[in-house]
Design a protein around this ligand. Structure first.
Ligand SMILES: [Zn+2]
Length: 137
């Protein structure tokens, strides 16, 4: 059974308990790594500058404490593998729905590959963030 590295574990521990519950469940079946949880001001501005975020600090979901967003990618890591990103994103959404139904999560999840969180996929021309998962208020 796959397990998070210490680095992933520390990043995930900066996130809301719902995100922890979700990815501690996902990792049992689908090997993945936590790229980022909480982002401080410097981290957020770096993400903005590199195009990984459209928001300035403190308006990103990664800027809450605990973080209301987490970036996660499946192994083998390949940011250009859109099919794997889609597969992993859908898998995580399914697990999130089950955990919510079982009362193990209180929030719903919005995935970066979906433009409105309601199952419509982003088109390539839209902001595409397949590694991003956030909690809806
Ligand atoms: Zn993100």
């Amino acid at each position: 059974m796959p397990k998070f590295s210490q680095a992933s574990f520390s990043k995930l521990s900066t996130c809301h308990l719902d995100l922890q519950a979700l990815f501690f469940e996902v990792i049992k079946y689908f090997d993945c790594t936590i790229l980022e949880g909480y982002r401080n001001k410097a981290d957020q501005e770096k993400a903005f500058a590199s195009g990984n975020s459209k928001l300035h600090y403190p308006y990103g979901k990664h800027n809450h404490q605990p973080s209301m967003a987490v970036d996660v990618i499946a192994y083998p890591i390949n940011f250009n593998d859109e099919k794997m990103g889609m597969w992993f994103g859908g898998y995580c959404l399914g697990i999130a729905q089950i955990l919510k139904n079982e009362g193990k999560m209180t929030h719903s999840i919005r995935w970066g590959g979906s433009c409105n969180g309601l199952g419509k996929l982003n088109t390539p021309t839209m902001f595409n963030d397949l590694v991003h998962f956030e909690l809806l208020e």
